[in-house]
Write a protein that binds this ligand. Sequence first.
Ligand SMILES: *[C@@H]1O[C@H](CO)[C@@H](O)[C@H](O)[C@H]1NC(C)=O
Ligand SMILES: [Zn+2]
Ligand SMILES: [Zn+2]
Length: 349
Amino acid sequence: MMDFLTLFVIYVIVVLTCIFLVCKYSGQQQTPFSVLFNCLVKVVSPFTPTCLQTFTQWCLHRLFHQRNNMFIYLHILLEGVVYAEFSYEVFGFCRDMDTTLSSLSVPYILLVIKNCFFYLCVKRDPGTVTKKKVAGQLQIYPYDRRLFHPGVSCPTCQLIKPARSKHCRLCDRCVQRFDHHCVWVNNCIGAQNTRYFLLYLCSVCAMAGDMAVLTGDMLLHAVLRSGLLAASYIDEFGQQQPAGFMFVVQHLFLTFPRIIFMLGFLVFVFFLLAGYALFHSYLALVNQTSNEWYKSRGYFCQHCHPTTTADHLCNPAPDHSKRYYYSRGILPNLGEIFFPLKSVQKKDI
Ligand SMILES: *[C@@H]1O[C@H](CO)[C@@H](O)[C@H](O)[C@H]1NC(C)=O
Ligand SMILES: [Zn+2]
Ligand SMILES: [Zn+2]
């Protein structure tokens, strides 16, 4: 069946491209995907002309090493396509199958909620270290002398780095309680917007999960209604064979190709972001930032470059036994995420 195969191949390619895009550029620098990507670049580069290489490098640089709104547009585009498809096809089918209007309106309500958090993530200042505020920001967290050392100043900003801060190369500023730079919101995630980021992740998960359940329910009803499960067909030897599971899948693919695409994408987004949201919730619960998590895992250390020889001991060595070093309990940790500590300007009396 040619039609089915073509559709299926396109489907797999689209889904893999999305997986690749989201994983590589979801804000973490050291994912297995980026390692894979770098290997791929090394293998391919001898066979491509230099001008093409330069151009690709320029594009990649523009996209991923400078602030730009590309991913925000991509985000809006993907969301628009999914919601258009949902409203255009799934909504009608669901109405035919007696799904209540109130459960069909949940995705739209979630969309509004999600976009509020998204907007706050994009627009809120993550906690930039500025000349004016640095004195107060220095007092918020004590230096642990393990990952953060007193008296270190940022060579670019020319300001003393508060504990838990990091310089973001894309935004070219130091950010207090730096977590990571997220290209999807084109902003750093820091002290003042980690809460919105967490809520944003949760609402995207809820959105994708809810739409996937509604769509899956609709497809299930469609299959049951068509009576395909009980159907049979005549094979090449003239024997009657019951239509199996694969037959139903093929039928669905050919009858609702766009809906199947959308469902695949939704399921993928759901699992990816659920994993991501769990990871960030875990970090929030133990009072760590992703930056600190990476550092304490020894992925990169402030003092030694990853390429230095093994006998070079970095001082102090990353201590793996004390991962929860800073945690003072779940509730205080969460409190600090949702009510970030303000810099206390000590007033002279
Ligand atoms: C979180 O960790 C910092 C040190 O990195 C510490 O100063 C702060 O008190 C901790 N907060 C809680 C609620 O444990
Ligand atoms: Zn800086
Ligand atoms: Zn940034």
